[in-house]
Design a protein around this ligand. Sequence first.
Ligand code: 2P0
Length: 330
Amino acid sequence: MAADPRSATAVAHANIALVKYWGKRDAGLVLPWTGSLSMTLDAFSTRTTVHLDADEDRVRIDGVPVTGEQYRRVVAFLDLVRAMAGRSGKAGKARVDSWNTVPTGAGLASSASGFAALAVAAAAAHGLDVDPTALSRLARRGSGSASRSVFGGFALWHAGHDDASSYAEPVPSPGFAPAMVIAMVDTGHKSVSSREAMRRTVETSPLYRPWVDSAAEDLAGMLAAVTRGDLDAVGEIAERNALGMHATMLAARPAVRYLSPATVAVLDSVLELRRAGVSAYATMDAGPNVKILCYPEDAGRVAGAASAASAHCSTVVAGLGPSAHLVGRP
Ligand code: 2P0
């Protein structure tokens, strides 16, 4: 039995994958088919407080009570933490209060920062003594990409083959601190969840297996490029990996298409920048927004080009963000 029930607050930041996670081989344990590598951002975070003083689990995001599937997902995660702490029944029921600076469910990694913050806060509230690897494995059970938001800077999520071997770890990148321009063309809630989209892609897309095969080469190349701080190599691999991921879902049955005309207009602006000699490379996740990797000194020009490309595009310039961490007792 762990220490007496208490409260904890944690902050975690969003991460954007440069080599993507897309598809599970074990949905229960959230084991991916491929390894992935990401950059944690200093923009977009989640701050979550867990109080172990409730009769039933209560969850609020941005002040609004969470219900339905989203609630069940959080409760299943809290059950995991309770099991780790040796608590069962009513013991350890939680009040969870979460505040996002990420638009929720818009392909801007809200579940990554959300479950990383929840993992850190819930483990601390239960008095669990867990190292970063164990926290990463725990966060993974909430949402795959959350395994990477446990770490700041660059993080590599090893696909692994079971619960113990599937975790993220930091990738040292001395002196390499690119900017990422987030070009938001639509922050509305996505029509198909990434969870459903990747399930459909794995089960029905004839392009899925070739993408998995190519991902191993992308991951090895990305690891080397990040380690030596080669922005152009990082960008080239990130862009081809993301376009390939979207190709797999376009070929799913029925197709999943997150990319909109505004996405394509911003992608065109990135190509134009490269033709003009600017190192700028795009990646897109489960939504229409575009994330553009560049040197910090070019970020203003890149943001301007993206804004000019699409009428409703707003931009945020991000750098490397910190690890998920506790922020003291509420
Ligand atoms: C990624 N994405 O690597 C990829 C690229 C979206 C596109 O991880 O089902 O919310 O909770 O494990 O982590 C989004 O998927 O999915 C995601 P679950 P998650 O960032």
